[in-house]
Design a binder for this molecule. Structure first.
Ligand code: FES
Length: 70
């Protein structure tokens, strides 16, 4: 069985060979609050600096609280 992940209130997503590499953009999500720790290989420097979106398969948070629009 392939690995999967789920948000606290959203649907469960099956993992694929391309997930969790931070390179496809499938998991891009708007950031509503907080500071993302970008660990992907896709966003531009400008997108990372804006903090408006993040690729949630590989990235994390630099603050105690991070609110996403899922
Ligand atoms: S699933 Fe591909 S970048 Fe996150």
């Amino acid at each position: 069985m392939s690995p999967s992940w789920r948000s606290s209130s959203g649907p469960e997503y099956e993992s694929s060979p391309h997930r969790e590499e931070g390179a496809c953009g499938t998991c891009e999500n708007p950031v509503l609050e907080g500071v993302p720790d970008h660990r992907d290989r896709l966003l531009t420097d400008e997108e990372e600096a804006s903090g408006d979106v993040m690729l949630i398969c590989v990235s994390g948070a630099l603050a105690d609280r991070l609110v996403l629009e899922l």
